[in-house]
Design a protein around this ligand. Structure first.
Ligand SMILES: Cc1cc2nc3c(=O)[nH]c(=O)nc-3n(C[C@H](O)[C@H](O)[C@H](O)COP(=O)(O)O)c2cc1C
Length: 387
């Protein structure tokens, strides 16, 4: 039995001493548990989606339309879930999606997430919109694997400064999120008139940045805080960016670059043409374009267009081991897990995130083995049928 699936034994053995898991092992139940411990504003921010929530729903429904067909008597004793993603060896094809403002879920926020990622050997992707600085998170992550996610600001000098700081702090790959140059119409946040950034939360990377500080007349203090927040709001996103602008990032970042938010095969082809290394098929968990295609439904065509020229990663709607298996069978090399670990963070800080990651990895390994598979690379369309 591998150490990943061994989590199952650990749980059953604890039961002999009457110790039960503190948090649900069915990760689809975390949302309701998190609602009980979070403020209405923080819960609305994480659980909410764009518009009517249709795309968030489609994301989950798309998984249900694919069914795994288990195969028997295939010797699945020797199992290895590890994969290499953009030069990083991971124990399982799972990364932690960039999630901003994590201190609204738990005071330790991104620090706890970075520690949990390091403890499980998985890569954490830090958001530009983090509650702690990228240097603080790097220190918490230690020898762990970390990537930096860029929200490309209007000020190019600020973008370059973020990249230089990320490089210096040991972030090995750059994730550029393309689908959020402005926030979508999000009724749950609008109804509560709640945007954490305007309250000075989720702006640590900006406030600590020398380029940003120069623009607001020096380090951010009580005196210039309102000016700093307004400056952040005015410069957060740049709706005029085009494919040609990616050359600028290439010039200033010498590691791998992944484009996040790709949903169309032509955009994957553009990513190849512009010298990118990876695409992340994602609709931001249904938080941006309401009524947009389910991310899983967009995956096969994007993977096909990417061929062997790009690494294809996937997110939006991943909740279980079999969800991961399905995304891999449809062409992803690995998945990003989003809301589930944010709920784990809300429920139990670092230990809560670790619980979620260990559940996912154990569930994935057991699901693969019971379907007759020993390695992620064995997953293909042959593993699935349409339900
Ligand atoms: C509360 C919250 C904050 C997020 N913040 C960011 C962010 O700062 N940068 C980013 O690229 N994506 C962000 N995302 C999107 C995630 O990276 C990921 O695409 C999404 O959570 C996947 O959908 P899922 O949560 O349904 O699995 C955020 C998602 C949530 C739920």
């Amino acid at each position: 039995m591998s150490p990943l699936a061994d989590f199952q034994n650990e749980i059953y053995l604890s039961g002999l001493g009457d110790v039960l898991p503190v948090w649900p092992t069915d990760l689809t139940r975390l949302e309701e548990r998190a609602e009980a411990v979070l403020s209405a504003q923080a819960f609305g921010y994480v659980a909410g989606a764009a518009g009517s929530g249709a795309t968030a729903r489609f994301n989950r429904e798309a998984f249900d339309r694919w069914r795994i067909v288990p195969r028997m008597l295939r010797d699945v004793a020797d199992r290895d879930l590890s994969v290499e993603v953009l030069g990083q060896r991971l124990p399982a094809p799972v990364l932690l999606a960039p999630i901003g403002v994590q201190s609204i879920f738990h005071p330790d926020g991104e620090l706890a997430t970075a520690r949990a990622a390091a403890a499980t050997g998985l890569t954490t992707i830090l958001s530009t919109a983090a509650s702690y600085t990228l240097e603080e998170v790097a220190a918490a992550n230690g020898d762990g694997s970390r990537w930096f996610q860029l929200y490309w600001p209007k000020d190019r000098d600020l973008a370059v400064s973020f990249l230089e700081r990320a490089k210096a702090a040991g972030y090995t790959a750059l994730v550029v999120t393309l689908d959020t140059f402005t926030l979508a119409w999000r009724p749950r946040d609008l109804d509560q008139a709640y945007l954490p950034f305007l309250r000075g939360v989720g702006v640590a990377n900006y406030f600590s940045d020398p380029v940003f500080q120069r623009a607001v007349g020096g380090p951010v203090t009580a005196e210039n805080r309102d000016t700093a927040i307004l400056h952040w709001a005015a410069g957060f996103g740049n709706p005029s960016l085009t494919w040609d602008d990616l050359a600028f990032l290439r010039e200033h970042w010498d590691g791998p670059i992944a484009l996040k938010g790709i949903q169309h095969p032509d955009d994957a082809r553009r990513a190849v043409d512009t010298g990118m290394d990876a695409v992340i098929v994602s609709n931001h968990g249904g938080r941006q374009v309401d009524g947009a295609v389910a991310s899983l439904d967009a995956l096969p065509a994007v993977a096909d267009a990417a061929g062997s020229q790009l690494t294809v990663l996937f997110d939006s709607g991943v909740r279980t081991g079999s969800d991961i298996a399905k995304a891999l069978a449809l062409g992803a090399k690995a998945v990003l897990v989003g809301r589930p670990y944010a709920y784990g963070l809300a429920l139990g800080g670092e230990a809560g995130v670790r619980h979620v990651l260990r559940c996912l990895m154990a569930d994935l390994e057991l699901s693969l083995a019971l379907a007759g598979l020993t390695r992620p690379s064995e997953l293909s369309l042959d593993t699935l049928v349409r339900g």
